[in-house]
Design a protein around this ligand. Structure first.
Ligand code: ZN
Length: 356
């Protein structure tokens, strides 16, 4: 579903690309490179109602991105090497790009890794053991399925009067509103602890098998082993149960990070050196969490806040921004401006660092 906002953004990006503003801007700025974020990579058709469509790109588009970066003479490197370049006192040479894949979807292994292997490129996959072992849920995908399949939902929402609230899902616009309402409710009104139960109840009532969804979407430990055996792959940590750290108290947040990394170490034999904040936006990971991650000895921690990597990020290695390879903008003319850094600079009011 293309909203007016998506259509406008596409127009702006295509305009930047057409005029060449991005390439002029790039010559003036001093960024070192970028860390790209991917979630799903698969060729399956996207349904009409697909509020998570921004999280999916076609394998061909992944290859298009690789070719664009190589054409622009951007080095595609590992997170370890990026870290060395950020910390280096040498004058920056060629710009770099790092490929990161969140959550450990099976399609990373099936569709993305073969393309990365074809070009012999390094990449990072961030894993949350709770998603692998079924103690956490892909709740945003489960909710999408509930809303897609139903014409209306009845849900008991505390503070919204007596009895259940009826949510209209009778057409695409109503479905989008209801999905957004549930997303806001589950990420703002319900605690991280209770979120799972609310989602599970809703899925039970409307016959969405969350466990089957998880098994079909997320890698098992055997598949993780094949990642571990790939010298081009860095396995990064993503908490134990994919919880938004900023919504936990400090002791809980610390435990989420430490336990998640410990399980990964026990399974792979290697302690993860890199971390991605689940969700990664401002309300999900804040300054306290950046300090926590820095204190726990990880080399880097990445958010989902948009931005390029500058030399000054050496002071903020636990709050690195990324560039999302967004499923809504899968055309070269939309994506190409992003590798100049101009769109993210425009959206952050021309600030380079966003570490608050
Ligand atoms: Zn995630």
């Amino acid at each position: 579903m293309n909203t007016a906002k998506t259509r406008n953004t596409r127009r702006v990006l295509a305009g930047i690309n057409f005029t060449g503003l991005d390439r002029i801007y790039q010559q003036l700025d001093s960024e070192l490179g970028m860390i790209l974020t991917f979630h799903h990579v698969h060729p399956h058709p996207i349904p009409k109602f697909a509020p998570n469509a921004h999280l999916t790109v076609h394998p061909q588009f992944l290859e298009t991105v690789i070719r664009l970066l190589l054409r622009r003479k951007i080095d595609i490197i590992s997170l370890d090497e990026a870290c060395m370049r950020i910390e280096s006192d040498e004058p920056p040479g060629r710009r770099f790009a790092v490929f990161t894949f969140d959550d450990g979807y099976q399609d990373t292994l099936v569709h993305a890794v073969p393309i990365l292997k074809k070009y012999d490129l390094p990449y990072t996959v961030y894993l949350a053991p709770g998603l692998i072992e079924g103690t956490a849920d892909l709740w945003w995908e489960a909710i999408e399925r509930v809303v897609r399949q139903q014409d209306r939902l009845m849900i008991q929402i505390p503070g919204m009067g007596m009895g259940p609230t009826e949510l209209d899902c009778s057409n695409l616009l109503q479905k989008a509103d209801t999905f957004q309402f549930l997303l806001d409710y589950l990420t703002n009104e319900v605690s991280e602890e209770d979120q799972r139960q609310v989602v599970r109840e809703l899925c039970w009532i409307y016959k969405i098998d969350v466990d089957a969804l998880m098994k079909s979407e997320i890698m098992n430990w055997q598949q993780v082993e094949s990642l571990r055996a790939d010298p081009n792959c860095t396995i990064g940590a993503h908490t134990l149960k994919h919880r938004a750290l900023a919504r936990l108290d400090l002791a809980e947040a610390r435990d989420e990070v430490i336990s998640g990394a410990a399980v990964l170490e026990a399974q792979t034999g290697q302690r993860p050196q890199h971390f991605a904040y689940p969700y990664g936006y401002r309300k999900a990971a804040g300054h306290r969490d950046f300090e926590l991650l820095a204190s726990l000895g990880f080399k880097t921690a990445v958010t989902t806040r948009g931005g390029m990597i500058f030399p000054s990020h050496r002071e903020h290695l636990s709050a690195l921004p990324r560039i999302s390879v967004n499923g809504l903008y899968q055309k070269l003319r939309y994506f190409s401006p992003f590798i100049s850094g101009l769109p993210t600079r425009l959206s952050t009011g021309m600030r380079r660092l966003d570490v608050s």
